[in-house]
Design a protein around this ligand. Structure first.
Ligand SMILES: [Zn+2]
Length: 265
C-alpha cells in the first residue's frame, strides 16, 4: 500500500469509533421494546391475579345466594311441617313429623354455620381484592413513570444516533474512497473492528506478533498494512499503549524492540 497521510488514517479510526458508538446506541434502541414489554407483562400479571381473586369472590357470593335460596326453601318446609304436625291423626304420624322437624332444624342449623363460613370467606376475598386493586394501581403508576424514563432514553439515543450518523457521513466525505472501500471489505470479513493499532509489534486485533519488517514499515506512521494473522488493517499507534492512535506522540526507545537501529530516521 502506498503512503497514506496520517489524517486519512485518523479519519478512518474516527469512523470506526463513531460506528462503534452508533452500534451501541442501536443496541440500546433495540432493547427498548423488550424493556417496555417486560413492564407491560408485570402489569398484566398483577391484573390477572386481581381477576382471579374477583372471580373467586364472585363464586363465593353466588354460593352464598344459593344458600339463602335453600334456607328460604327450608323455612317454607318448616312451616309445612308445623301444619302437618297439627293435623296428624296417629302417634306414629306424630313421631314421624317430629323427626322431620328435628332433621330439618339440624339441616338449617348446619346451613347457618356454613353460611357464616362463606360470609367470612367473602370478607377475606373482598379485602384481598381491594388490596390487589390498590397494588395494581400503584404498579400502573410506577410503570407509567418507568415508561416515560425509557421513552426519554430512547429519544436521547435516537438523537445521539442521528448526530453520530451525521458525523460518520462527514468523515466519509473526507476519507479516501479506496481506503474506505478496503476498510468496508475488511469489516465484512472480520466484523466491526477492522482497523487496529500495533503496540510493540503486537496486533491489537488478534494479539499476535507481526513480522519485524512490517512493523518497521508501519513505524513510519504514514501507512496501513494488513495483519498477516487476522487480516485487519493495522497502523502504528505512535508509541501509545492505547488502541487508539494518539496523534503527535513519538515512539520511545522501549516501543520498538524489533526495530532498534533500523526504523529510526
Ligand atoms: Zn491481527
Amino acid at each position: 500500500m502506498k503512503s497514506i497521510p496520517k489524517e486519512q488514517i485518523d479519519t478512518l479510526i474516527r469512523i470506526q469509533e463513531l460506528e462503534k458508538q452508533a452500534y451501541l446506541f442501536n443496541a440500546k434502541l433495540n432493547e427498548i421494546p423488550k424493556k417496555l414489554g417486560a413492564l407491560d407483562l408485570n402489569l398484566e400479571i398483577s391484573k390477572e391475579a386481581e381477576n382471579t381473586m374477583e372471580s373467586e369472590l364472585k363464586d363465593l357470593k353466588k354460593k352464598y345466594r344459593a344458600m339463602e335460596d335453600e334456607t328460604r326453601f327450608s323455612q317454607g318446609q318448616e312451616q309445612k311441617n308445623q301444619e302437618k304436625l297439627r293435623s296428624v291423626k296417629t302417634n306414629k304420624e306424630y313421631q314421624s313429623s317430629l323427626k322431620e322437624i328435628e332433621d330439618l332444624k339440624k339441616k338449617m342449623s348446619a346451613m347457618e354455620d356454613d353460611m357464616l363460613l362463606v360470609l367470612e370467606q367473602i370478607d377475606h376475598f373482598e379485602s384481598l381484592v381491594s388490596e390487589k386493586k390498590k397494588e395494581t394501581e400503584t404498579l400502573y403508576q410506577k410503570i407509567a413513570m418507568d415508561k416515560k424514563v425509557i421513552q426519554a432514553e430512547a429519544e436521547e439515543a435516537k438523537n445521539n444516533l442521528a448526530n453520530i450518523k451525521g458525523k460518520i457521513e462527514e468523515s466519509i466525505k473526507v476519507v479516501d474512497p479506496v481506503l474506505f472501500t478496503r476498510y468496508n471489505w475488511v469489516q465484512q470479513k472480520v466484523g466491526r473492528l477492522a482497523i487496529v493499532s500495533v503496540v510493540k509489534s503486537v496486533c491489537q486485533g488478534c494479539h499476535l506478533n507481526i513480522p519485524p519488517q512490517m512493523y518497521n514499515e508501519l513505524h513510519r506512521g504514514d501507512t496501513i498494512r494488513f495483519c498477516p494473522h487476522c487480516q485487519r488493517m493495522i497502523y502504528w499507534n505512535g508509541g501509545s499503549e492505547q488502541h487508539k492512535r494518539s496523534p503527535g506522540l513519538e515512539a520511545g526507545p522501549e516501543e520498538s524492540p524489533n526495530t532498534k537501529g533500523q526504523g529510526a530516521p
